[in-house]
Write a protein that binds this ligand. Structure first.
Ligand code: SAM
Length: 275
């Protein structure tokens, strides 16, 4: 069940940023682009400015959620029963536990995000199946040691068993080396047979002016975005066995149909297995 976030915060020695609704935040901008209601004027203005320079922004955020849905269902169907989603964002149904618990009601899911607004919505909305477990951790993913030893995580997931690590549309808010090293740290804690799904902002599929315009628009709101090349994205999966079709724009990862194939989507995604 959702846990007491004050206790989590104290335990992880994490002081979340004060909620400042006068400045846009990535989780709430994404929520607006998805048609959600958990956003403020600053987020809506930033999203509208973003869509002016990058008209594909709303498609990108939506396709990324659908990538998350396909990946979660696929991994659950492969027998994965434990999921750790980092940078989970404001809950948008279906969330990971809803999909995983459709496949097996006993599936266990831990969500983590550093945004206190995400924590408030997650604690209010994450309902689980009676057999399954869902926990939420309010923490900065950069403190991997504290995250991996948090009671909310160790009490919900047994990392000695195969687990899916999902970090979607989040690593690009960190510095390049930092993102790469953090993936290594989290992967090292996973059992063989675990899976890792990542998506990150790309810098090659859109014309340079769109990518730079989007970066500048979000950057002016204090939302840092690091765009990776295909090779840099593939490097995030170093040491892991990439599943077909490899790293591709997220809407090209095992799509249910080909209707959206021509869309310009600004996120690369992939799924890999730890041997
Ligand atoms: C663009 S949203 C993506 C949300 C969701 N993963 C999705 O794909 O729809 C990025 C999320 O990463 C979170 N985030 C950014 N930096 C983080 C950090 N250092 N630790 C934990 N979460 C972080 C933000 O609060 C936000 O909710």
């Amino acid at each position: 069940m959702p846990q007491d976030s004050d206790w989590t915060r104290r335990k992880l020695d994490y002081e979340p940023p004060r909620i400042d609704t006068s400045k846009a935040h990535s989780a709430r901008v994404a929520d607006y682009l998805l048609g959600g209601k958990d956003n403020y004027l600053s987020d809506r203005e930033a999203a509208e400015r973003l869509m002016k320079v990058a008209p594909g922004a709303a498609d990108t955020v939506r396709q990324n959620r659908w990538f998350l849905h396909r990946v979660t269902r696929y991994l659950a169907e492969q027998g994965i029963r434990q999921f750790l989603e980092i940078g989970s964002g404001i809950p948008t149904s279906p969330n990971v536990h809803e999909i995983a618990q459709q496949v097996d009601p006993a599936a266990r899911v831990v969500y983590l995000d550093s945004d206190p607004i995400v924590a408030a919505h997650s604690n209010a909305r994450l309902t689980r199946s009676p057999e399954g477990q869902v926990a939420y951790i309010l923490a900065d993913m950069r403190d991997a040691d504290a995250v991996l030893s948090a009671p909310e995580l160790t009490g919900t997931l047994d990392l000695g068993l195969p687990t899916a690590l999902l970090i979607l549309s989040t690593l690009h808010h960190l510095a390049e080396e930092e993102g790469h090293d953090l993936v290594r740290q989290y992967v090292a804690a996973l059992a063989p047979g675990s899976f890792v799904a990542l998506s990150v902002a790309t810098r090659t599929d859109d014309p340079v002016d769109i990518v730079e315009g989007a970066q500048a628009t979000l950057g002016s709101q204090g939302i840092k975005v690091l765009n990776r090349s295909l090779a840099e994205t593939v490097a995030l999966f170093d040491g892991l066995e990439l599943l077909e079709p490899g790293v591709v724009p997220v809407h090209h990862w095992r799509p249910a149909n080909s209707d959206d194939a021509e869309l310009r989507i600004g996120l690369y995604g992939g799924v890999a297995r730890k041997r």
